[in-house]
Design a protein around this ligand. Structure first.
Ligand code: ZN
Ligand code: ZN
Length: 319
C-alpha cells in the first residue's frame, strides 16, 4: 500500500474574493462563513471603512455650519441612544437586570442598534465575556492586557471580534427578530441617516436647517461622540478614577464619565455587583439610566428590577 498523500493546504482566497466577502458583510454580518483562523488577528480594513467614514463625516460641520435645530437633534439623539445602549444593550441584554415584554425588548434593541454599535446579541456576548475575564488575557478590550487604544477602539476592527458569539447569549436565541437585527445590523443606522437627511430637506426651510446639516449633526457627530463615550467605559473606566471596592479587575468609578454616559461611569460599583439595575451606589452618584428605567417601571414597560443587596451597600464582603 503506498503512503497516503499529505493533505494539500487550502490556498487563501484571492484579494478580489476577500473584498467581495468584506463588502457583503457590510450588509449581512453573517455572510461568507467563519473567519479564517490564520487571519483572525488582523484588522479587517475593507470592513471598517464605514467606521472611518463615520468619523470623517464629522468634518462636514465645516461646510454645513450649525443651527439650534441641528444641535438639538444631535443632543436629543445622543441622549436617547445612550439610554438605549446603557439601559438595554448593557443592563438588559448583557445583565438581565430587569424584565420586559418581547415588543419593548425589540423597540429598545432597534434604538440601541441606531447607535451604530452593532447588534444587541453581538454587544451582549462581548460584554458577558468582559465580566467573566475582566482584565485577563481573554478580555479583548482590557487596557491592562492589550494597551489603551486597543481597548478603546482597536479591538472592534479585529476580524476575530466581528462575529457574534451566540454561545454567550443562549437566552435570546429564540427571538428571531433579535437574530435578524443582529445579522443585518446596518439597516437601522442607514435608515436613521437617510431619515435625517430627508427630514432636513423637507422641513429645513421652516426650521432653519437642511438635510446635510441634520445628517452631519444628527448622525455623524452625535454617533461618533456617543461611540467614544461608550468605548471610554472599556478604556478610561479601567484606568482613571477611584476604586471603592477591591474587585479582581481594575475597574474605576469616574463621576464625569458617569455624567457623559448616563451612569456607566460608576464602573467599579458595577463590577462589584453587575446584576443590579443601579450603578450609582450612593444617593449623590448620579445615574440617569437608572432614573429612566425607574420611570419605565412606573409606566409598566419594564418590571422586576434587580436591586442591590444590603451587604453590598454596607460595604461588607459577604451577607
Ligand atoms: Zn469593565
Ligand atoms: Zn456590565
Amino acid at each position: 500500500m503506498p503512503d497516503a498523500a499529505p493533505p494539500t493546504p487550502t490556498p487563501p482566497p484571492s484579494l478580489p474574493r476577500r473584498l467581495v466577502t468584506a463588502l457583503r458583510r457590510w450588509v449581512d454580518s453573517g455572510a461568507g462563513g467563519p473567519v479564517d483562523p490564520q487571519a483572525a488577528d488582523r484588522v479587517d480594513w475593507p470592513r471598517i471603512l464605514p467606521f472611518v467614514v463615520l468619523h470623517l463625516g464629522c468634518l462636514g460641520v465645516l461646510w454645513v455650519g450649525w443651527s439650534p435645530v441641528a444641535v438639538g437633534v444631535a443632543l436629543g439623539l445622543y441622549l436617547l441612544r445612550m439610554f438605549a445602549i446603557t439601559g438595554f444593550y448593557h443592563r438588559y441584554f448583557s445583565h438581565r437586570s430587569f424584565k420586559t415584554s418581547r415588543a419593548a425588548q425589540f423597540v429598545f434593541a432597534v434604538l440601541g442598534n441606531s447607535a451604530v454599535q452593532r447588534g444587541p446579541l453581538w454587544w451582549a456576548a462581548h460584554h458577558r465575556k468582559h465580566h467573566r475575564h475582566s482584565d485577563e488575557a481573554k478580555d479583548v478590550h482590557s487596557p491592562h492586557v492589550h494597551g489603551f487604544w486597543w481597548s478603546h477602539m482597536g479591538w472592534i476592527t479585529n476580524r476575530a471580534n466581528f462575529a457574534t458569539d451566540f454561545v454567550q447569549v443562549p437566552d435570546f436565541m429564540r427571538y428571531r427578530e433579535l437574530r435578524w437585527l443582529d445579522r443585518f445590523n446596518v439597516v437601522v443606522p442607514v435608515l436613521l441617516a437617510v431619515g435625517l437627511y430627508v427630514t432636513g430637506e423637507w422641513l429645513g426651510p421652516a426650521w432653519g436647517t437642511s438635510g446635510m446639516q441634520l445628517l452631519v449633526w444628527g448622525f455623524f457627530l452625535s454617533t461618533t461622540v456617543l461611540f467614544h463615550a461608550t468605548c471610554s467605559i472599556n478604556s478610561v473606566a479601567h484606568v482613571i478614577g477611584k476604586r471603592r471596592y477591591d474587585t479582581r479587575d481594575h475597574s474605576r468609578n469616574n463621576w464625569w464619565l458617569a455624567l457623559l454616559t448616563l451612569g456607566e461611569g460608576w464602573h467599579n460599583n458595577h463590577h462589584r455587583y453587575p446584576a443590579a439595575v443601579r450603578q450609582g451606589h450612593r444617593w449623590y452618584e448620579i445615574d440617569f439610566t437608572s432614573y429612566g428605567l425607574a420611570l419605565l417601571a412606573r409606566l409598566g414597560v419594564i418590571w422586576d428590577r434587580k436591586s442591590l443587596p444590603r451587604h453590598v451597600l454596607e460595604g461588607r464582603v459577604k451577607p
